[in-house]
Design a binder for this molecule. Structure first.
Ligand code: TRP
Length: 454
């Protein structure tokens, strides 16, 4: 191991950083929408169960590899299984977060664009059609989204190049509490709107008839996505956690925060959507179509408050996106620094150059490059589909197989029980071991097939 490798200050810092990675667009839009469409409270129950039985073991598998080796993805595989084909898993999980980062930065850029608009001119055009076409025009116009993508990625580069402790840790320590404060404020506003009751019902009324096998697969997929699993980010962050820290506690803390944020976001978004009398839809694009319309409509009542809420809302999205993006960025930087001997500054620049270029292509695929198709998809959709449907699940599967079937069981037990000091009996470890070896791989294959068919 290289001497002087950076570490997070303590347990709180590690949990905040991991929660920063996990909490993102997945919590703010995807979760509330899925809850509503897939059975309300009944979906939440399935979601909780899949967090515990599926995502928790995968999360811990990644965290155990990182914490055990104190190395980033590629180096960790070289340490635990030297000279084997597992190094390809190390390499795959360097590349997939960088592909995600490229198109994530485009969406992050849009949120900067909307933040700018909410600060400067606001959203006055009240009709849904006008708001929608403004969104369509914005993403298709080549220059503004490119500039926003550059700003977003540049901000991430600045944070990552400052280092694990003074960059990533410090940024998360400031923004994560702020993020919770902001979303609670928005929730309070949202619930106070006349007509918001239907939105609350939408989230809490269980409808067991909607619980189909595909809803269960969707819940598993969402918990997987929301915890940023399968691409080595959790592994890399865990490699910065001090040896004496308890990895199980860190994992539980992260999952708890991610869940809490998703729930609050649900109550922040859906009541407003219903109060405005619109049908809840799907996809990250709708944040930029539906919500500005809501802000415009609410503005008819008390314009100042709705303008402030709009600013707070887009600020929340920008922060949530940056804290996730820097975790992907760090995977590439850690590889270049630890395996290729680059300085952190150079590594940051190199990752910037690569992801900026791919991101620019993704951004232009909404405008001038919209005719360029890969397997019938635009460049942006292709990168999204490739990573969300295949690389993440594939990486997750290989991680659980590695820890469950290849890694030394004594080492896994040692990590799980915190060197044998944890105060629970061995049945807990045995349950984890069973979930890891049998349940998680089968569940991931189910998600994989569902993605493939869907
Ligand atoms: N978890 C993030 C969210 O909820 C999205 C995400 C998926 C992610 N995979 C990732 C973030 C990998 C960082 C790294 O929006």
């Amino acid at each position: 191991m290289r001497t002087g490798r950076e570490q997070f200050g303590g347990r709180g810092a590690a949990i905040l950083a991991m929660a920063g990675s996990a909490i993102g667009l997945g919590n703010i839009w995807r979760f509330p929408y899925m809850v509503g469409q897939t059975g309300g409270a009944a979906f939440i129950v399935i979601y909780l169960v899949s967090c515990l039985l599926l995502s928790m073991p995968i999360f811990l598998a990644e965290a155990i590899i990182g914490h055990r080796t104190h190395a980033s993805t590629f180096g960790a595989m070289e340490k635990l299984a030297p000279g084997t084909k597992w190094k390809w898993l190390g390499l795959l999980t360097v590349l997939s977060p960088l592909v995600i980062l490229s198109y994530y930065s485009v969406v992050g850029g849009w949120s900067i664009g909307y933040l700018w608009q909410s600060v400067t001119v606001g959203f006055h055009n009240g009709e849904i059609g006008t708001v929608s076409s403004a969104y369509g025009k914005f993403i298709a116009s080549p220059w503004r989204p490119l500039l926003c993508h550059t700003l977003f990625l540049g901000a991430c580069a600045g944070i990552v190049s400052a280092g694990v402790k003074s960059g990533i840790e410090r940024f998360n320590k400031i923004t994560m509490p702020l993020l919770f404060l902001l979303i609670v404020l928005i929730m309070t506003y949202s619930i106070s709107l006349p007509g918001s009751r239907a939105g609350v019902d939408y989230l809490v009324k269980p409808d067991f008839s909607k619980i189909t096998p595909s809803a269960v697969a969707a819940a598993m997929g969402q918990s997987f996505f929301s915890l940023s699993l399968g691409v080595g980010t959790i592994l890399t962050y865990a490699s910065y956690i001090k040896k004496q820290e308890n990895i199980l506690v860190t994992g539980m803390g992260t999952i708890g925060f991610d869940l809490l944020f998703a729930m609050i976001a649900g109550f922040a978004i859906m009541p407003a959507v219903f109060a405005a009398g619109i049908e809840p839809g799907a996809g990250p694009g709708l944040i930029f179509e539906t919500l500005p319309y809501i802000f415009a409509k609410m503005g008819a009542g008390v314009p100042v408050i709705s303008a402030i809420v709009a600013v707070l809302f887009f600020l929340t999205i920008v922060f949530a996106a940056v804290t996730s993006a820097i975790s992907m960025y760090e995977v590439g930087v850690a590889y270049l620094v630890e395996q290729r001997g680059l300085s952190r500054r150079r590594a940051t620049l190199l990752v910037f150059a690569g992801t900026w270029t791919l991101g620019a292509l993704c951004s232009l695929s909404f405008g001038p490059l919209s005719e360029v198709k890969l397997f019938g998809l635009t460049i942006f959709s292709f990168c999204d589909m490739l990573t969300s449907n295949f690389l993440m699940t594939f990486g997750g599967l290989l991680f659980v197989l590695f820890v469950g079937w290849k890694m030394d069981k004594a080492a896994v037990r040692d990590e799980f029980t915190h060197g044998g000091t944890a105060r629970f009996n061995c049945a807990v470890f045995d349950a984890f071991w069973f979930l890891l070896r049998y349940v998680a791989p089968v569940a991931i294959v189910i998600i994989f097939i569902t993605n493939f068919v869907g």
